[in-house]
Design a protein around this ligand. Sequence first.
Ligand code: BTN
Length: 322
Amino acid sequence: MSVKQSVLQALEENREICVSGEQLAKKLSVSRSSIWKAIKSLKEEGYDIAATTNKGYRLETGSDVLSFEGMVPWLAPENKNLVIKAYKTIGSTNQVAKKMAMDGESHGTVVIAEEQTQGRGRMGRDFYSPAGSGIYMSLILRPDVYASEAVLVTTAASVGVYRAIKKVTDKDPQIKWVNDIYLEDRKICGILTEAVTNFETGLVECVIIGIGVNFRLPENNFPGELNDVAGSLFREKPDTLTRNRLAAEIINAVLELCNDLGNRDFLKEYKAHSMVLGHEISVCQHNSWLPARAIDISEDGGLIIENEAGQLQTLNSGEISI
Ligand code: BTN
């Protein structure tokens, strides 16, 4: 770990408490000037660090740059050694994570970014990913499932995001099948799951779960039509909750669920917070929208619908609107 990373870790672990430069230098066995250089460089990267004479340095409450060091205090003990690669800007975290997975990167690795310039959504759509207001991250998973069960990973991921939001905020979001998270009828989080399958065995080699959370409203709000449908968890930056904390809680919850996919108890939670079950919906099939009623969720996370003719059908992928 570099001096800069160690200094950042100490500041993140002691948020709002002054850490003395002298003590830091002693602990890391480096000179005071190396500490000063590390602090200067962190400030240049956007960390809001206050310096007080005779007391030392501390991170201001509002300082919230996405980083491994900012997440680690909130990661569950079994996740503290995960590889977490944080970028200021990136094309798409899913794209980078997929390449890393193909190169052999291990289960649980995370790619996270402040901004995406080519954020991807489901059905070939773009995902608006401006700097500073969202959490854009991808997890590499190597679950023991067949391709036909991959939708279950997606279902588990949305329950994971739901649990994390519930744990650290007073909000009660809803899940729109397959895996969108809504708050007050606006989409605040989208999930894009991409699986690489071994055609011979039918087993999934790896799954990339891409999660995009609108944490607070973007500086200039959402552009164009997006403004009618997209929302954010908070209107403004909250006083104490950081994106690092929420990202860490999402990682904890998603990994816990995906490491135990055989246990389908989470489907109860998925159903309980579904915004579609029991509702009249429209289903997109072969490029046309057909009316249906959302009845239930199958054991594999599929949506059971009743079509106009009164027949039951299970959807394992696709698009619905409510
Ligand atoms: C959707 O709502 O259609 C899914 C959106 C998924 C967006 C996330 S942001 C992190 C990851 N990287 C991407 O390019 N997409 C996913």
